[in-house]
Design a protein around this ligand. Structure first.
Ligand code: SF4
Length: 107
């Protein structure tokens, strides 16, 4: 396992453990959730930005060209919403045009 992959695995494990505390039904109140700030410590550690176009594609671990929260496997909520819940940031909304280093393609 490469150094970057190991770091991402550790970050994902910590975030996934935190996500276990999310209660079912929370998604139904998504519009009431606060927006994730780029300055949030977890957001910073996962390189989250509101605008995916500001990220240098060469710095991404996954080679897929078009990456944003709207086409990530971990986003929740309704297609077309500007701000949506994300499994990685429980209790917060991420920008549909955003991106973080955990981005994964939808199956
Ligand atoms: Fe966006 Fe996916 Fe990262 Fe969540 S995991 S912030 S949806 S890129």
């Amino acid at each position: 396992m490469s150094k970057i992959a190991r770091r991402q695995f550790i970050q994902l494990s910590a975030v996934a453990a935190a996500g276990c505390f999310v209660r079912p039904g929370q998604e139904a109140r998504a519009q009431d959730l606060p927006k994730l700030e780029e300055s949030d410590p977890t957001a910073k550690s996962l390189k989250y930005v509101h605008d995916a176009s500001t990220v240098d594609p060469s710095t991404r671990a996954n080679p897929a060209e078009v990456q944003n929260c709207a086409n990530c496997a971990l986003v929740q909520g309704a297609d077309g919403d500007e701000w949506r819940p994300c499994q990685i940031f429980p209790g917060k909304l991420v920008a549909a045009d955003g991106w973080c280093s955990v981005w994964a393609p939808k199956a």
